[in-house]
Design a protein around this ligand. Structure first.
Ligand code: MRU
Length: 356
């Protein structure tokens, strides 16, 4: 049985995050005690992957507001909102961040207290406990969604298949199991013997540092390739399916995921290889009409030529363009795998049905 690593732990009222910037050489959990630490952890990708960011934000919002001293429910709501907006400013693309923070705030607003200020001291204990419960519910729901997505995804795959993946949408990108890596883990437990190819995923190397590490640790056959080698492994006939995660899927089925994903999708179409995007319903944003409306995060260009090198790999201060995500057009996506089932085109018609 695989022992799944969880990137977020909540134990004895303390929140811990696996610092993914230290992988694969060190497995270190850091404590999160305030909003600045949480913001920094999300921005610097100590916790990353859309569902994990959402779960960390929900648990973190509770942790960062549980000690707020206020005189009334209204004052607590105002301060809670401030912390929520601050955390929301850490990264723009993964919709799970906003989805989870909004859900926490909706919970607070639904608990509207009729208590007079004299009772507020007692009342707030109850409200804060309810917020903690909601955060842990978001956590548990993600574990269950990923397991279900894994089983749904597995129904599309056959033992012995060659699978290409990009970035890391594994157990460490979620509360547990992963999205597109979940079927690979569950298949491994059932003796499926997949042959996985992991794109290194420049510039932050989530494929090399995280996916290769995670699958290798689980005993899954994984071969690391550079991003520009996806075409040759497809042409060689080594790939039967491509599986990727998603940071935000628009209502028309366009899906934003790690930079480079759309190139893989276009190649897959050329080589007639099915391209499956794994998208929990918390990542589907029906309020965003198309991929063009998704805010794509742009990061510091030094990540391209400085971060991983002993010496600069380009002239200091060189002009750079470093988008963290790109949008794969719906027409390249063979199927969208969710926890509630597998969705096929036309996505503009079939995505909303999953919420009915
Ligand atoms: O910048 P990152 O590492 O947060 O980007 C992660 C991805 O693009 C993942 O593929 C996506 O969030 C899905 S994770 C289950």
């Amino acid at each position: 049985m695989t022992s799944f690593i969880t990137p977020i732990k909540y134990e004895q009222d303390t929140m811990y995050l696996l610092d993914q910037t230290l992988l694969p050489s060190k497995e270190v959990y850091i404590e999160i005690n305030n909003k600045e630490e949480l913001w920094e952890a999300i921005y610097r990708l100590k916790v990353r992957g859309a569902p994990a960011i959402g779960v960390a934000a929900a648990c973190g919002l509770y942790v960062c507001t549980r000690d707020l001293l206020t005189d009334s429910y209204g004052e607590f709501c105002a301060k809670f909102h401030e912390v929520k907006e601050y955390i929301a400013s850490s990264r723009p693309t993964a919709v799970n961040l906003f989805w989870a923070l909004n859900r926490m705030e909706q919970k607070l607003l639904a608990l509207k207290s009729s208590a007079s200020s004299s009772c507020w001291e007692k009342e707030q204990i109850h409200i804060k406990n309810q917020l903690k419960e909601e955060a842990l519910k978001i956590y548990q729901e993600d574990v269950e969604a990923c397991y279900a997505m894994g089983m749904n995804g597995l129904s599309l795959l056959k033992p012995g298949m060659g699978i290409l993946t990009h970035c890391n949408a594994g157990t460490i990108a979620t509360a547990k199991y992963g999205t597109c890596l979940a079927p690979l883990h569950l298949g491994q437990e059932r003796g499926y013997d997949f042959k996985v190819f992991a794109d290194e995923t420049r510039p932050l190397l989530q494929g090399a540092r995280l996916t290769a590490w995670e699958l290798n640790k689980a005993g899954i056959d994984v071969t690391l390739i550079c991003d520009n080698m996806a075409s040759i492994v497809m042409k060689n006939g080594w790939i039967d399916a491509v599986v990727v995660g998603c940071d935000r899927m628009a209502a028309n089925g366009d899906g934003a995921n790690k930079i480079g994903t759309s190139a893989v999708a276009i190649l897959a179409k050329e080589y007639k290889i099915p391209f499956y995007m794994f998208v929990p319903t918390s990542t589907i944003d029906l309020n965003t009409p198309t991929g063009q409306d998704i805010h794509i995060e742009e990061r510091n260009g030094e990540e391209i030529y400085k971060l991983w090198y002993a010496e600069n790999m380009a002239p200091e201060g060189i002009k750079t363009y470093n988008p963290a995500f790109d949008v794969t057009d719906a027409k390249y996506i063979t199927a969208v795998v969710t926890e509630r089932g597998i969705i096929y085109p036309p996505y503009d018609i079939n995505l909303p049905k999953i919420f009915e």
